[in-house]
Design a protein around this ligand. Structure first.
Ligand code: HEC
Length: 98
């Protein structure tokens, strides 16, 4: 078995392990932009960050704000009041409905 084949097998094993990991250990890659660190810090606690790209066709800025507030107020997401604006801005800019 050549080195290429072997590392491909190792990668496949890694991918399997990642797939089995808890949703908190993120493999979803969100767009790198201001506010991403805050989104990553808060939004992985309960569900996959997949929820963000999955909902991007439907939500505009106002609706994203509603989502973030709902996560905080209804589900108890630990969003600091001063982080709401940067998080909403990030979501609307990178994953907002156009
Ligand atoms: C305290 C737990 C918690 C945190 C933290 C959290 N969410 Fe959620 N989120 C939920 C629950 C519960 C649901 C609805 C049930 C489900 O589908 O898993 C949900 C659903 C969603 C949905 C799907 C639409 C909907 O309203 O059901 C989106 C989009 C979403 N979350 C975005 C976010 C974003 C953005 C953040 C970071 C600001 C975040 N969530 C942080 C608990 C959380």
């Amino acid at each position: 078995m050549g080195t290429t084949t072997r590392s491909a097998a190792a990668l496949a094993a890694l991918a399997l392990a990642a797939g089995a990991a808890h949703a908190g250990e993120e493999k979803v890659k969100l767009k790198d932009a201001p506010g991403l660190d805050k989104v990553r810090g808060v939004c992985v606690a309960c569900h996959s960050l997949d929820y963000i790209p999955l909902n991007s066709p439907f939500l505009d800025e106002k609706q994203w704000r509603g989502e973030v507030n709902k996560m905080a107020k209804v589900f108890g997401a630990p969003v600091k009041p001063e982080d709401v604006d940067p998080i909403v801005a990030y979501l609307a800019k990178n994953y907002g409905r156009r």
